[in-house]
Design a binder for this molecule. Structure first.
Ligand SMILES: Cc1cc2nc3c(=O)[nH]c(=O)nc-3n(C[C@H](O)[C@H](O)[C@H](O)COP(=O)(O)OP(=O)(O)OC[C@H]3O[C@@H](n4cnc5c(N)ncnc54)[C@H](O)[C@@H]3O)c2cc1C
Ligand code: FES
Length: 385
């Protein structure tokens, strides 16, 4: 019966003939299969060992950490991709993604540029404790926030906020160093001018290359500042780019920036399919989400039982993934922003709050799976990891 099903497939007889041929003539296809696996592992390793070779201070709150390979090889990446670091900080085993800020044509090292997050576990560790010579474990490069010549326009309108500048630095550096036929309008929002990472380099590049148009936008500008101030508004963007035709829009920054900028872009007539976003982690103040249940406070605590085990403590204002890691549980994760599905868990009982727009598969939703990195407990829970 099963043979009859296989025979119905196109190419079945060809495979049978090939197996017969290799049996007869002694061809060992596993040799080729192994060499393919080796190539795949080189291009997409799950873990890489990286040594901090330099630390560059970029601004009062930001440093670039430069990494060289411990294994003699750095996998290639596309400008805009990130790597995740696997670390143990304060006794807690955790992971955090950081976009590569160096360009992909620079094959000798990877740069990541880290901004301090108040009370943040990993950003403070990397900024204050990491030293030259330290060895860190990272993932291979991942992510979909890159230019695709088949689908995206050659004119990129980039909207960055704070540390969200990093993937654009990689793209712009690659474009100027490799002479790529692409134009970048970069709107870069910061609270103060001091906080604008790479401001001098971007100013120099836009002075030198016609295809790099840099527009810093400062919320609280210093006295006498002549540039754009306030927020990145649709009016400012339109005044600079002229029209929205033949342009793809890229956003990278804190949640508040998306909430403000996406409606502005839509008001300008930009269709959603032309807006590409990189989300930098879970919403910082989830309890301010309009749909958050008002009776629950950020500091409320709930009990989470994992597979019927001992209950652990979880705070409503903190992603469930963080609570699980704090309790010493190892849950796979990569993006920590609801995008990659690595941290899926099944809710057996109780409720979590998930912000709108988290891409959960229909079947996952149907069977009670959520992404722990963007799920916040609002009742006692029983879960399966
Ligand atoms: C794909 C991707 C690429 C990223 N690339 C970079 C990068 O190039 N440079 C960089 O500095 N960061 C980047 N981040 C953010 C980074 O992964 C961490 O989230 C950030 O460093 C904070 O981690 P933490 O452990 O210090 O804070 P946590 O201990 O995780 O969080 C502490 C508190 O700060 C809030 N918080 C978490 N992240 C942020 C944030 N980004 N802004 C404001 N509040 C926050 C949390 O809600 C929590 O309340 C990226 C994130 C993603 C998903
Ligand atoms: S870690 Fe990627 S979806 Fe949670």
């Amino acid at each position: 019966m099963s043979k009859a099903i296989f025979e119905a497939f196109d190419g079945y007889q060809g495979i049978v003939d090939e197996i017969d041929f290799s049996r007869k003539h002694g061809v060992d296809y596993t040799v080729y299969r192994d060499s393919v696996d080796q190539q795949i592992n080189l291009l997409h390793p799950s873990r890489i060992s990286l040594r901090v070779s330099d630390i560059i201070v970029e601004s009062p709150s930001t440093k670039t950490l430069r990494f060289v390979s411990q294994d003699g090889y750095l996998p290639p990446f596309l400008a805009g991709q990130y790597i995740a670091f696997f670390l143990e900080v304060g006794g807690v085993r955790t992971r955090r993604p950081y976009s590569l800020s160096s360009p992909p044509n620079q094959t000798g090292y990877y740069d990541i540029t880290v901004r301090r997050v108040e009370r943040g576990r990993v950003s403070n560790y990397l900024l204050d404790e990491a030293r030259r010579g330290d060895i860190l474990e990272g993932s291979g490069p991942s992510g979909h926030f890159y230019f695709n010549p088949v689908f995206h326009d050659r004119t990129q309108v980039c909207l960055a906020g704070g540390s969200g500048i990093t993937p654009f630095m990689s793209m712009i550096r690659e474009a100027v160093e490799c002479g790529l036929d692409r134009t970048f309008y970069l709107f870069y929002g910061n609270k103060t001018l001091d906080e604008a990472i790479f401001h001098d380099e971007l100013g120099r590049l836009s002075g030198r290359f016609q295809n790099i148009i840099y527009v810093p936008v400062i919320e609280n500008p210093p006295g006498g500042y002549a540039g754009a101030t306030g927020l990145i508004t649709g009016d400012l963007i339109m005044k600079t780019i002229g029209d929205v035709a033949d342009k793809t829009f890229y956003l990278c920054g804190p949640q508040g920036m998306y909430d403000f900028c996406v409606p502005e872009l839509q008001r300008m007539g930009v269709p959603l399919r032309k807006i590409r976003r990189e989300i930098y982690g879970p919403p910082a103040h989830i309890w301010e989400d309009p749909a958050w249940p008002r009776e629950i406070k950020a500091e409320d605590h709930f009990r989470v039982r994992v597979a019927g085990g001992k209950p652990i403590d979880a705070r409503a204002g903190e992603p469930l993934l963080t609570a699980l890691e704090n309790a010493g549980l190892r849950v796979p994760s990569l993006c920590r922003s609801g995008e990659c599905s690595m941290c899926r868990i099944k809710i057996l009982s109780g409720k979590v709050f998930q912000p709108a727009g988290v891409p959960v598969r229909k079947s996952d939703r149907q069977f009670g799976y959520v992404h722990a990195c963007v799920s916040f407990p609002i009742e006692d829970l029983e879960i399966l990891t």
